[in-house]
Write a protein that binds this ligand. Structure first.
Ligand SMILES: Nc1nc2c(ncn2[C@@H]2O[C@H](COP(=O)(O)OP(=O)(O)OP(=O)(O)O)[C@@H](O)[C@H]2O)c(=O)[nH]1
Ligand SMILES: [Mg+2]
Length: 432
């Protein structure tokens, strides 16, 4: 796919297809699409919702609408048309032909953004792989499209076909190479994670819909300076920093890629690995933009992705990892609504905060600390080597951080062990 030109004037269209059901209403979807467009640095010359009564296989929109779109493009001098939905390769090509402008769909747009943002080696590999996957499907299908045309002209099996075959082969080879490279990067990362896993520091993962305020919160809590912007997908690669909380000397805070509805399938697969960090966390802070009218639908999306990742059970809604909801952007709410939410938060696993002005953050830190310490704490015990039962029990039930020789005691050679146990295990240990 060619690069989208920064600074290009574009028309953003949000098809509202009657036969589909949407979580967000058309206006909200259009606003999100505009956000995505801004995230690749184009100029939005005009935007509109396009009701589609019946999807047209060749152009998605009806012919009258396509003419209408062409007029709008002229009027607002648009060079690019962004369609916030999925276009088949044929629809994309036909629209480009008819409008005489470049047309991209939602997946293409998100891939462009990810391509620009990915900073780590792994992120870049993942994005390129996703891109090729997308491109490959376009090639395969446009091949049938071309062939039909060629059939019409009687050029069956002409040079075009060989060219496309060659392109496909090249893409396949490149994808194979990328997969191998990714595998290598992942192995290295797993190694790092295993090493970190042995460290006693609990991991706090920030997750949430894109633009919810994860990075702003991250910066506030860590004093770091991660890019936090009013841009969708400002953060792509996970970032980690140490923080200290009341009663928790040190924890690792991890900022992650934001979620979005209809994440292209190619990217769901690609980013799975990055998001897997979340599954290893001790606590998940689900950051929510409570000032966004679509916050409930956004939460639904996030929970779906967490259940795809295996963190949350799809049926029961039960989570392996404790989830604390961070109700953000309190400063944007009117006093009455803020009060209402503050009260509601008390009876739920939620805290109302403003990452922007710091309101509620102390509360948040205390709640995180409470959950972490409730979950597991470190104990150091000295045990005679002869007491194999206790030593084995600790290895089987706790996370052993230190296991070292402690010299001679009254009962012979001793071992000193530092182990993380949750309160229940702690209780079991004392009754051994
Ligand atoms: N008014 C207000 N704005 C906030 C608050 N928290 C974040 N923002 C703004 O919301 C926008 C998005 O914030 P980010 O921290 O970049 O959001 P994010 O969740 O990291 O977004 P992605 O990295 O795109 O997933 C920025 O313009 C922030 O300044 C808040 O509590 N109040
Ligand atoms: Mg961010």
């Amino acid at each position: 796919m060619d690069e989208v030109t920064r600074g290009a004037r574009c028309l953003v269209l949000c098809p509202d297809i009657r036969s589909l059901s949407y979580d967000l209403d058309a206006k909200e979807r259009l606003a999100e699409a505009e956000g995505l467009a801004l995230a690749i640095g184009v100029i939005i010359a005009h935007s509109a919702v396009m009701p589609v009564r019946q999807m047209q296989p060749n152009t998605l929109f009806g012919s009258g609408q396509v003419e209408n779109i062409a007029t709008i493009c002229e009027q607002y001098e648009c060079e690019l048309v962004i369609v916030d939905g999925a276009l088949t390769p044929i629809q994309q090509r036909n629209l480009e032909d008819k409008l005489k402008r470049k047309v991209i769909d939602r997946t293409g747009l998100i891939l462009e953004i990810f391509g620009e943002r990915a900073a780590t080696a792994e992120g870049r590999l993942q994005v390129e792989l996703a891109h090729l996957d997308y491109q490959q499907s376009r090639l395969v299908r446009s091949w049938t499209h071309l062939e039909r045309q060629r059939g019409g002209f009687g050029f069956l099996g002409g040079p075009g076909e060989t060219q496309i075959e060659a392109d496909r082969r090249m893409i396949r080879q490149r994808m194979g190479r990328l997969r191998r490279e990714l595998e290598q990067v992942r192995k290295t990362r797993q190694l790092h994670r295993a090493r970190r896993g042995r460290a006693p520091w609990p991991v706090i993962a920030l997750v949430g819909y894109t633009n919810a305020g994860k990075s702003t919160l991250f910066n506030h809590l860590t004093g770091a300076d991660v890019m936090a912007e009013d841009l969708l997908f400002a953060t792509l690669d996970p970032t980690m920093r140490a923080v200290s909380l009341p009663g928790v000397e040190k924890a690792i805070l991890s900022d992650t890629v934001g979620f979005i509805s209809d994440l292209p399938t190619q990217l769901v697969a690609a980013f799975r690995a990055t998001l897997e960090e979340v599954t290893g966390a001790d606590i998940i802070c689900h950051v929510r933009d409570m000032a966004n009218p679509a916050h409930a639908a956004q939460k639904k999306q996030v929970m779906e992705i967490l259940s795809d990742l295996g963190v949350v059970d799809a049926d029961s809604g039960h989570s392996e990892v404790p989830i604390l909801e961070v109700w953000n952007k309190a400063d944007l709410l009117d006093e009455e609504r803020a009060e209402e939410l503050r009260e509601a938060a008390q009876s739920q696993d939620a805290v109302l905060v403003s990452a922007a002005n710091g309101q509620g953050l102390e509360d948040l830190e205390a709640r995180i600390a409470e959950i972490l310490t409730e979950k597991a704490s470190e104990v150091t015990v000295t045990i005679p080597v002869s007491d194999g039962r206790r030593i084995a029990w600790l290895h089987a039930h706790g996370e052993v951080i230190v296991d070292e020789d402690a010299g001679e005691g009254e009962q012979g050679p001793m071992r000193r062990m530092t182990v993380r146990l949750n309160p229940k295990e702690m209780g079991q240990y004392t009754t051994l």
